[in-house]
Design a protein around this ligand. Structure first.
Ligand SMILES: Cc1ncc(C[n+]2csc(CCOP(=O)(O)OP(=O)(O)O)c2C)c(N)n1
Ligand SMILES: [Mg+2]
Length: 1039
């Protein structure tokens, strides 16, 4: 309200004396009609007491009204129109408001309004003119970027119907016709009634602009010129959609304040030196390897100084660690000139004859990551820079970078993002096209996912491979997605390095001030084809004709600085020659490299975790059980509310009581088993982070890791954090409704430290498929491509429960298909067989049938001496199944994860009598044993659970098959034949027995959908597969 009153009061016309003080000495108040005199000002005393509705929560509303009225008085109700007119005309306290006319009869208020305004015709005109000027200023602030000169090619892809082509530059005389043409579309209400005769009139400036500098009033001509300079040159600022007035004011100040974009000679020279490095690096690569793909930066060379500016500025504000993610374009240049990877390391990647020293597939040079700690010369502080390795899949790395950044912040106690930050680079087509960008933006302000502001830089070369923007997006800019989180967007013509540097400075300052995302849109072009082999003229002939004519940005900028006298031609040429020499010398050194080491390209090294050569410190895993006392203690915490005066829901009290009973009886259900695993790891100093949709309670209402006070809003308690005073912190967080984004985030989080158990739980297992890119491109293949280990755990609820085609299958077949163990090779037996198998695999896939085994596998994840992703198919109905409980005995010291659980009933007592061994995994075990009992087949059928599917327990399965030498072998699963585990286990079981016996199948028929939607069909199918499993004649005669 204060703002409104101030604004309203500032609209008052100036006294002649005030005008004389504030206007510039050269400008007179001469209009066509002669000297214009102003009415003496009347003081507006519209106090809150006098106008009680200008109070409290109505402030925003009134302000909205006021702005709407400024745009056009007809936008608001007549009564508001009258109020604002009266207030502006200096109505005395309490009299600005006039009640609306009654529905019948004549108005009492209106005549006095008319008297007030009508009696002073000049005042009315003055008020209207001031309002018009305010609207004009606002129009520039809102839509100035429509007419800014952003496109170096001037073939703008941004299609605003209202963008006129003529430009006003600082040297132009503003003529009425020119600005009228530019503005009548820009400003929704045309020119708001302003005429040429108003150009030299002086207007008081509102508080919502900074164009005045030290002056509070300016002639209209100057107002327009300054607005043109601020908003319509090489920088287009898109920010007026931001809800926060303080933030809008901050941006206005940064761009409107006269003379704000000035640089010292030193700064300009540094900028030139950076442009030289950026440009000459690409030219060097082009000279040496003209036919190698490198996705050069030509056309956007100012990206390098842009990034360096952001990093310098952030380092000056205290940032010590910058984590970056970027696509192919200009990546090598960023590695060389921003992160400062040794040039010879980059050059030897072009040498195709070099042998790879590391295991795994490796990756192409423009996907590899990098980690480097060095001195920042501008801030004189140490800074760690890392560029995350990424797959070809554009933007997939975004959430991974955010997760890693969050983790780095978490581990160094940086709760506000002051020491660690992320920078994300994007291509224009990918930024607009990939949904993961949106998902990542939506993590940006969530308490457990925020990284306290990311600086996004878009290399907007106005093309995506061969596709024009008009075919690639439906929004004017590629950056519109950022508006959803109120991030300001600074569009800048990348051919103007100074403008680029300016916006990057502001972007870094914004991030450091508000800790919110910000976007720098470098509007540029791509000088060559998509890669160095591509012919762009096939598809963009006119654009490329224009590009061929385009002078390089370095050349233009050097000429400018030489003309300004900032550098001499000689100094410039020397700088160029010096950098070329650096490249040549590195090239010579690169010839000495004999071997390619992918591990030199690690983005997240764990030096304390591995030996110096990157190998694990041991090849054994200690027992994963814990003491009776610890089990009891953690169990009691799980069953309690460890804070005073906290009322939980009655239903939850019953659940906790049930837990207490279990602890008394020394048993665990699934939720308690998980509690024991998390709690014991926390006690050992391992951070545990569980993230996913509704994980705090658990989709199936079994977990309840966060208790909610029933009487106090938002008061919560997390008992897991009350296990021991020196425990590691436990993070459990309900995520946004995203799989791709959140799984990527957790994967990134898990990269930062090996000493954390990071778990992502899918709501139902099948939803992981919207995160498939993270699974395929990072989790299953990350180590092979980038020699980087990761211990992320995926919890995927899975099981046929008659719930229909969705929600049933976590698609085990997909995970198993991507396992790298050979189905036909029985691995060499050794003492450390089980651990070595784990070490060699790309990920571990398990389906535990008991809480104890789930407990052990989670603990093994941390106690094993290396890190591998762990995929766990978790149960639904087993969460409450009376038999799916484990005794504390199975969790005590010296107990371990069981890769298989053999039959321990009558069948195992007389194995030679057994006719059939049914191998299975997961929940079907309970259905099988019940059926076996019903049929009285406990002696003749053994049921063996394979708990660790991959790496396949060849040794243990062989032992079982050997034990039941006279039995036929059956694989039983509840999934359809083309799904589940069958295709994976069958050849492996056959390998264990030297293919001496067939492996029969008992399960559902092949099908397209994972499960039926009909409950009855579901039960019939289940019965049929159980019939097959226990019909001892089912396969006789089959071959
Ligand atoms: C998810 C995904 N889809 C398709 C591709 C294939 N592809 C590689 S680069 C590219 C064009 C990218 O355009 P843009 O984002 O504007 O970046 P630019 O190459 O112009 O710098 C495409 C389609 C990819 N790498 N990732
Ligand atoms: Mg592009």
């Amino acid at each position: 309200m204060h703002r409104l009153r101030t604004t309203v009061s500032r609209l008052r016309p100036l006294t002649a004396a005030q005008t004389a003080q504030s206007r510039s000495p050269h400008r007179t108040l001469v209009t066509k009609g002669g000297l214009r005199t102003f009415q003496p000002a009347r003081h507006l005393n519209t106090s809150v007491a006098a106008e009680p509705f200008l109070n409290g929560t109505s402030t925003n509303y009134v302000e909205e009204m006021y702005y709407a009225w400024l745009e056009n008085p007809r936008n608001v109700h007549k009564s508001w129109d009258v109020f604002f007119r009266n207030a502006n005309a200096g109505a005395p306290p309490g009299l600005a408001y006039q009640s609306p006319p009654p529905l019948s009869g004549t108005s009492q208020g209106l005549p006095s309004v008319q008297a007030l305004v009508g009696a002073q015709p000049n005042v009315e005109k003055l008020v209207e003119d001031h309002l018009a000027v305010q609207s004009l200023i606002r129009a520039y602030q809102v839509r100035g970027h429509h007419i800014a000169k952003l496109d170096p090619l001037d073939i703008s892809c941004v299609d605003f119907d209202d963008a006129p082509t003529d430009r006003i530059t600082s040297g132009d005389q503003v003529t009425f016709s020119l600005y009228k043409e530019r503005l009548c579309d820009l400003a929704a209400g045309g020119l708001y009634g302003l005429a040429e005769s108003d150009l030299d009139n002086v207007f008081r400036l509102p508080t919502t602009t900074f164009i005045g500098g030290n002056e509070s009033a300016l002639p209209l001509r100057e107002i327009i010129r300054r607005l043109e300079m601020a908003y319509c040159q090489h920088i287009g600022v898109e920010f007026m959609f931001i809800n926060d007035v303080e933030q809008c004011q901050w941006i206005r100040q940064k761009f409107e304040t006269p003379g704000v974009m000035q640089f010292s000679l030193e700064e300009k020279r540094t900028l030139l030196a950076r442009m030289i490095r950026s440009t000459r690096f690409e030219e060097f690569l082009q000279r040496k390897w003209s036919s190698e793909k490198r996705f050069g930066l030509e056309g956007c060379e100012s990206l390098i100084p842009a990034l360096k500016t952001i990093i310098d500025k952030s380092s000056q504000s205290g940032v010590e660690n910058v984590i970056m993610g970027m696509p192919h374009r200009g990546r090598l240049n960023v590695l060389a000139n921003v992160i400062r990877k040794e040039l010879e390391q980059i050059f030897c990647q072009f040498e195709s004859k070099l042998e790879a020293a590391d295991e795994g597939s490796g990756d192409v040079k423009y996907h590899l990551g990098m980690y480097h700690k060095r001195m920042n010369r501008v801030s004189d502080r140490q800074i760690t820079l890392s560029l995350m390795a990424n797959p070809s899949h554009l933007e997939a790395v975004d959430p991974v970078v955010q997760g890693k950044t969050k983790a780095e912040q978490f581990y160094c106690g940086d709760t506000e993002g002051k020491r660690v930050m992320s920078i994300l680079l994007h291509g224009d087509a990918a930024f607009a096209g990939q949904g993961i960008v949106y998902e990542t933006f939506h993590l940006s302000d969530l308490p457990s996912y925020t990284t306290h502001g990311t600086v996004h830089v878009v290399v907007n070369n106005q093309i995506g491979f061969t596709t024009d923007p008009r075919m690639a997006r439906s929004s004017p800019y590629p950056t519109d997605v950022a508006r959803v989180v109120n991030a300001p967007i600074f569009h800048v013509n990348a051919d103007d390095p100074e403008a680029v540097m300016y916006v990057c400075n502001v972007a870094a300052e914004w991030r450091n001030t508000f800790h919110k995302d910000v976007v720098v849109d470098l509007v540029c072009y791509r000088r060559n084809g998509h890669n160095e082999m591509d012919e762009p003229m096939f598809t963009q002939p006119l654009m490329y004709k224009q590009i061929k004519k385009q002078k390089g940005v370095l050349k233009m900028f050097a000429e400018k600085l030489i003309t300004e006298g900032v550098v001499t031609t000689q100094a410039y040429e020397e700088e160029v020659a010096q950098y070329d020499k650096i490249c040549e010398e590195a090239y010579t050194r690169s010839k000495d490299e004999k071997i390619l080491h992918i591990k030199h390209w690690l983005d997240s090294p764990w030096p304390e975790f591995f030996k110096l050569d990157g190998q694990p410190k041991t090849m054994s895993c200690p027992p994963t059980g814990i003491s009776e006392e610890e089990l009891g203690h953690i169990g009691n915490i799980a069953a309690s509310v460890p804070v005073e005066d906290f009322t939980i829901h009655g239903g939850l009290s019953r659940i906790l009581k049930g837990r207490a009973n279990m602890v008394g009886q020394r048993v665990c259900d699934w939720a308690l088993g998980e509690y024991m695993a998390f709690g014991s790891l926390l006690k050992e100093g391992i951070h545990v982070r569980l993230s996913g949709q509704d994980v705090e309670r658990g989709t199936f209402s079994h977990r309840h890791h966060v208790l909610h006070d029933q009487n106090v809003d938002k008061r919560i308690c997390i008992p897991m954090n009350y296990i021991s005073p020196d425990q590691a912190p436990y993070t459990v967080c309900n995520s946004s409704l995203s799989e791709y984004g959140v799984l990527g985030f957790e994967l990134g989080f898990a990269m930062a430290s090996p000493n954390a158990l990071v778990l992502w739980e899918a709501q139902f297992g099948d939803f992981h498929n919207t995160a498939q890119c993270i699974i395929d491109q990072f989790i299953s293949s990350g180590q092979a491509k980038w020699v980087r280990q990761n211990g992320i755990v995926l919890l995927l609820p899975h099981g046929m429960e008659g719930m229909g085609p969705e929600h049933s299958s976590a698609r085990p077949e997909r995970f198993l298909q991507m396992c790298n163990d050979d189905p036909d090779v029985f691995p060499k037996l050794s003492e450390d067989f089980a651990v070595r198998q784990l070490y060699d695999c790309n990920w571990i896939v398990v389906n535990c049938s008991t809480p104890a085994n789930f407990f052990h596998v989670l603990r093994r994840q941390i106690l094993q001496p290396f890190r591998k992703p762990l995929i766990v198919f978790t149960p639904k109905s087993l969460l409450r199944h009376p038999e799916a409980k484990s005794s504390f005995d199975d969790m005590l010291p010296d107990t371990n994860f069981k890769r298989i659980i053999p039959d321990d009933g009558p069948a195992a007592v007389s194995p030679e009598e057994v006719k059939r061994v049914v191998f299975c995994t997961g929940k079907i075990y309970y259905e099988l044993t019940r059926e076996r009992k019903n049929r009285g087949l406990d002696d003749s059928v053994a049921v063996v659970r394979i708990e660790q599917l991959s790496p396949f327990p060849f040794d243990l399965v062989k032992a079982e098959a050997d034990l039941y030498a006279n039995a036929d072998l059956v694989w039983c699963q509840e999934e359809h034949k083309n799904q589940g585990y069958y295709d994976y286990v069958k050849p492996r079981i056959r390998t264990t027995i030297g293919r001496s016996r067939p492996v029969w199948y008992a399960g559902r028929e092949p099908a397209a959908a994972p499960a039926t939607g009909n409950k009855q069909t579901h039960l019939t199918e289940l019965q049929r597969l159980l019939d097959t499993a226990f019909d001892l004649e089912a396969f006789s005669g089959h071959v």
